[in-house]
Design a protein around this ligand. Structure first.
Ligand SMILES: [Zn+2]
Length: 271
């Protein structure tokens, strides 16, 4: 049995197949789907624009047995800026890779996955929020979808609230969550005392985890906070969900190799 169906989608992976064709992984509103774009690997052609990473539009798929075929596509967003700027291209490639590994196939995607992914690409294009903060917000969604996102407001050992306390919590890399100063100091010599993190880490993680990425704006975080979030979430995803390790390493290497790091903000998170 074959069906032709139409879906809104974003391209999250492109694998060249032979000289002319490309196998696309599309993120739709209900999850991932794989489809062949015939002629998609050609520089110019009917499906070339539809077979580029981050392209977004309406795809008409012909589904027989096995992999579907892209029959037609009307591209609404080419997202050229995400290909032209080195930093944006690196973040876009990382986020696409993360989405392609962390979001389930149709029809099992979490309801917000498509919208939040589109929002993170939009944010990257628009430049209102630093790229690393957008990536951290999306990583926090992924942690929650994969069941490795603890309640960042409380100590994972004793349940004490962390947001109101004046003292800095620590991140426990073995358990995958924040611990209060008391639990950190009680830990024996052999036990992990955790990584020191800035005082407001708990509040910022909770806020970014629950924020609608489309509504983030004027996020102003210190360099120390951004470093802590980066380290925590890379570890959380790699160790507890098994995603993002290699792609995240590539991203970090590209960003580190650039001459001017992004200007560091000072002050609190403001959304
Ligand atoms: Zn505790």
């Amino acid at each position: 049995m074959t069906v032709i169906w139409t879906t809104e989608a974003v391209v999250v992976r492109v694998v060249r197949y032979g000289e002319r064709d490309a196998i696309l992984t599309l993120l739709t509103e209900t999850g991932l789907v794989t489809a062949m774009a015939r002629g998609g690997a050609r520089p110019v052609g009917r499906l070339s624009a539809a077979a580029r990473l981050c392209a977004q539009g309406t795809y008409v798929l012909y589904q027989g047995r096995g992999m579907g075929d892209v029959r037609q596509a009307e591209i609404a967003r080419q997202r050229r800026a995400l290909h032209e700027d080195v930093v944006k291209a690196a973040y876009a490639a990382y986020l696409c890779d993360l989405a392609s590994r962390a979001i389930p196939e149709r029809p099992d995607a979490p309801p917000a996955a498509y919208r939040q992914f589109v929002a993170v690409l939009d944010g990257l294009e628009a430049d209102r929020v630093p790229a690393d903060v957008l990536a951290r917000a999306f990583e926090l969604k992924v942690c929650a979808w994969l069941g490795v996102g603890p309640d960042w407001r409380v100590c994972i050992r004793c349940g004490a609230p962390l947001v109101e306390t004046g003292e800095a919590p620590r991140y426990d890399p073995r358990e995958g969550g924040l611990i209060c100063p008391r639990c950190a100091s009680l830990a024996g010599l052999d036990a992990v005392r955790g990584w020191p993190v800035p005082r407001k880490t708990s509040a910022v993680l909770h806020l970014l985890a629950h924020a609608d990425i489309a509504k983030l704006h004027r996020v102003d975080l210190s360099g120390a906070m951004r470093d802590a979030l980066s380290r925590i979430l890379a570890h959380q995803l790699r160790e507890f969900a098994g995603v993002g390790g290699r792609a995240r390493q590539v991203l970090d290497e590209i960003v580190a190799s650039l001459p001017d790091p992004p200007a560091e903000g000072h002050g609190d998170l403001d959304t």
